[in-house]
Design a protein. Structure first.
Length: 116
């Protein structure tokens, strides 16, 4: 999967699936330039960006809505899964990938009695 929102957006666009970046944070909008923004201390894991800036850089709005058909939804899911399978994500050290839980061992209703 491309490693940023813009790369994913462009890959989806090539498949004729519309998407867009998340909303630009208020403190980055030109109308508020010159005003003080009170932001939390940026963390190294986000390359010096606030959470809002990191989400704006990497986040993506996918197609949605009440008028979206099941077929359209299935197509978006299929393309995103294909992108993910051909380009596995890289995980920041501060957010390791989720651990795969081992499958539960099937239990038989006819369990044998323990040896005594």
């Amino acid at each position: 999967m491309p490693d940023d929102g813009e790369g994913i957006r462009l890959a989806l666009e090539r498949e004729d699936i519309k998407s867009r970046p998340l909303w630009k944070p208020m403190h980055l909008q030109p109308v508020f330039r010159g005003y003080e923004a009170i932001l939390p201390r940026p963390l190294p894991a986000r390359e010096g960006r606030s959470v809002a800036e990191a989400l704006f850089r990497d986040g993506l709005c996918l197609p949605s809505g009440a008028a979206m058909s099941e077929a359209d939804l299935a197509r978006v899911v299929e393309v995103v899964r294909l992108l993910h399978s051909t380009h596995p994500p890289t995980w920041p050290l501060t957010h390791p990938p989720p651990r795969a839980t081992p499958p539960a061992q099937p239990t038989s209703p006819l369990r044998s009695a323990p040896d005594l």
